[in-house]
Design a protein around this ligand. Structure first.
Ligand code: LLP
Length: 437
């Protein structure tokens, strides 16, 4: 991140705080979040999309809280002028407690409970993103029970399967999210919402995937959604005013990833939407995007302490060095779950020892407990060394578990040479307190 350097002793500094200080005062493992980095990225996305769509009806950026959410993050996102996407009652509760303005919130989810919908309606959440035909009726019923009207978007499935470097059009109907455009369910849902007095149709929503580098996926998705907008205008005489194209912008986990800048993404996507709208003779709708990973991911690194270092002989000249750290798949399951490709570095000191390829593993009871598959560390890496794994701000804490009864690490924010706790370390008492049988 922008504020990383080394102090006089060779220890990594982040936000002006050395990792040695953090390890002493906070302990390890710990998520270290660079506050300025997070907020600069949030504002960069906001600015890029609002200016790219300023000639039209404008744009909003909602931070996707599933990437990482706590009270402080909700307050930053609010102060920086973004909206907030939540997808469960729990995320909603964090946002409400932080005082996040509810009209700038969106509630997602493919299986919302009546309680979640009611809570969002009572709080005045700006958009409830409806995911199925059953949910059109559910939202109408809950709204009518409360005597309020619900502002809803319909999440449609565009048939775009987005991957890191490719996308396969029409291949992705077989998944749980959204209302299929192809099958006609999306159109049926539009008709039903328009016919429900309790429901106010804000617009259409589409989300094609995550860790995407190719804007081609957004091009196909935008075209399909705009075709539906045109169809709705033609058949029902109704103008859809808002389009939400979801999140998914990729970040750099290793040198093979080359993410675009927010400006390049925004102007690329704006160009695509302008062209499609022109062809369909539509006004460019107001648009929204929901980046999570691209804002939170690069802001954070995980700091671990090395324990056992084991050189495993594999026959002949082959061997692999396993460097075990004091966390693992309970604080970062992404390597085990998605074969994610993290990197790491010796954080507490510099070494002129020969670099060697090592595998960084955790302390959990299974061999798939890998944090970093292959990375160079100095050959003298040893017990007590601090190792940092960058770009762990998205879907690491939020996917964390207590596997093997390992308490979850804290999240600390660093800024201007100081640190403060955002989420405290879980204690053994926290874990034992749940066990009441
Ligand atoms: N909006 C919707 C409706 C979403 O479902 C998601 C992510 C986002 C926005 C944010 O996407 P992002 O900009 O963060 O890519 N656990 C997986 C990622 C799951 C993403 C789920 N939806 C991982 O660790 O890679």
């Amino acid at each position: 991140s922008s504020t990383c350097g080394r102090d006089a002793d060779g220890a990594l500094e982040v936000g002006g705080v050395s990792v040695t200080t953090l390890a002493e005062e906070v302990g390890t493992p710990a998520f270290v979040l660079d506050e300025d980095d997070f907020r600069e990225r949030a504002r960069a996305f906001r600015d890029a999309f609002t200016s790219a769509f300023a000639p039209h009806a404008g744009a909003d950026v909602y931070y996707a809280g599933k990437a990482f959410l706590c009270g402080a993050v909700a307050r930053w996102v609010d102060e920086d002028g973004l909206g907030l996407d939540v997808c469960t009652g729990g995320e909603l509760a964090v946002a409400l407690r932080a005082g996040f303005p509810t009209e700038r919130m969106a509630l997602h989810g493919n299986n919302k409970s009546d309680r979640e919908i009611a809570r969002a309606l009572e709080a005045g959440v700006g958009r409830i993103v409806i995911d199925s035909l059953a949910e059109v009726r559910q939202a109408a019923r809950v709204a009518s029970e409360l005597g309020v009207s619900a502002h809803v978007m319909l999440r449609v499935t565009t048939g775009v399967e987005a991957h890191t470097h490719e996308f396969i059009a029409t291949a992705h109907e077989d998944q749980k999210f959204g209302l299929s455009i192809t099958s006609g369910d999306a159109m049926t849902a539009v008709r039903e919402v328009l016919a429900s007095p309790e429901l106010d149709l804000v617009g259409l929503h589409s989300h094609i995937g995550s860790q995407i580098f190719d804007v081609g996926g957004f091009e196909v998705a935008a075209r399909r959604v705009l075709d539906l907008v045109a169809q709705v205008r033609e058949e029902l005489g109704h103008t859809i005013e808002h389009l939400d194209l979801g999140g998914g912008f990729g970040v750099m986990y290793n040198t093979q990833h080359t993410p675009s800048t927010p400006e390049a993404l925004a102007s690329g996507i704006a160009g695509i939407i302008e062209k499609e709208c022109h062809e369909l003779e539509l006004e460019v709708p107001h648009v929204a995007f929901e980046p999570g990973r691209a804002i939170a991911g690069p802001s954070t690194q995980t700091l671990y302490t090395v324990g056992t270092v084991k050189d495993v002989r594999l026959g002949g000249p082959h061997h692999r060095v396993y460097v075990s750290v004091d966390g693992g798949m309970s604080d970062n399951v992404r390597t085990a779950l998605y074969d994610a490709d993290y990197s790491c570095l010796l954080a507490g000191r510099v070494s002129d020892a020969q670099p060697e390829v090592v595998r960084v593993v955790g302390k959990h009871c299974e061999s798939g407990d890998i944090v970093v598959k292959d990375e160079y560390l100095p050959a003298d890496v040893q017990r007590g060394d601090l190792v940092s794994v960058p770009v762990t701000g998205a879907y690491c804490y939020s996917l964390a578990s207590n596997y093997n009864h390992v308490p979850r690490p804290p999240v600390v924010a660093v800024k201007d040479g100081r640190w403060r706790t955002l989420v405290r370390r879980e204690s053994e008492e926290d874990l034992l307190a749940l066990d009441v049988g």
